[in-house]
Design a binder for this molecule. Sequence first.
Ligand code: SF4
Length: 380
Amino acid sequence: MAGIYLHIPFCNSKCIYCGFYSVVGREIREKFVPALRREISLRRNFFDTLPKEQQTIKTLYIGGGTPSVLPIATLSEIVALLRDNFSFPDGAFEFTIEVNPDDVTKEYAAGLKRLGVNRVSVGIQSFEDTHLRWMARRHNAEEAGEAFAILREEGFDNISADLIFGFPLLSMAQWESNLKKLTALSPEHISAYQLSIDENTPLERLASKGHFIPADEAACSLQYSMLQSLLKEAGYEQYEISNFAKRGFFSRHNSGYWERVPYLGLGPGAHSFIGKKREWNFNSVEDYCREDLFEIRQGETLTESDIYNETLMLGLRKSEGVAVEKLLKSCSSAPRFFEGSQEIFNRYLSAGFLIKEGERIKIPPEKYFVSDGIIRDLFV
Ligand code: SF4
């Protein structure tokens, strides 16, 4: 199994909190497809070291940035390029695209359907217009509902929606209302993220001048608990710290990341992973589009401890936890690393911050909110 992530580095404007790489300028968009064609021709053999049966692309994820700023004709050209150069299955594979609600028209949704998209991820973030304006989102709450309805009318039966919590403007009552409005729409999948202050964002600049004070952790923790309980009541299974889904609708693409399945990341800022190698393209669409520049990425070979820590972290973020056997087989030093961490494992187990179920170690759901600290302590 293998996956492809394609990063579309364009947005029509920047949201206040966003740390993802994207540019607002439009002229450069014209040069993107030829540049992508060049990158694909350089990297079309990326999966060649895998056994033949594992080279088939099982998931394609077009994210960004805002993929939906591109016209359907451009997306269609891109999909044809990918199909010409990589091995896709004859039958269905998970094909996700991220959209912003303000880009979703009936024609656009129908175009996505024709392209073979079968999973749409909608950046809703909030159903309060005051929040959306503060975040500098381009859509309003009404447009989010409309986009959702259009996608349903056009036959999309696998929709994911994102919400943000943990910012000072958001009261508990508003968070409850956001969650209830979203579950009333009944998306198959929900991702919810606590607002963070990412580097080089307007929010970071506001915070550094004292114009933004983050919400206190106790309030964020209460919002996270409400998220867990309301979504559980509404029939969603929390399968990862930030991800919830109805039965059968876990994100296969993201599950691939968490299972350390090889993936190729195309486009500026995209990351790739195969074997012990991780690579990332530079965050510069201008350089990416230069015909004479082929040094568009750098990479690293993961050390034994990187591999062990990654297996541990990605496993413990999932509700099914990490299988001890998988952890022990993650690299040749893993048995020694695991042995050396027994004291801290046992301390967390006896304090109830970790649980052991059969051969799996998990973080119990009521401790997910502090999972980062637990996982960090277990790193070698
Ligand atoms: S959150 Fe999405 S739409 Fe907003 S700037 Fe980031 S990538 Fe663009």
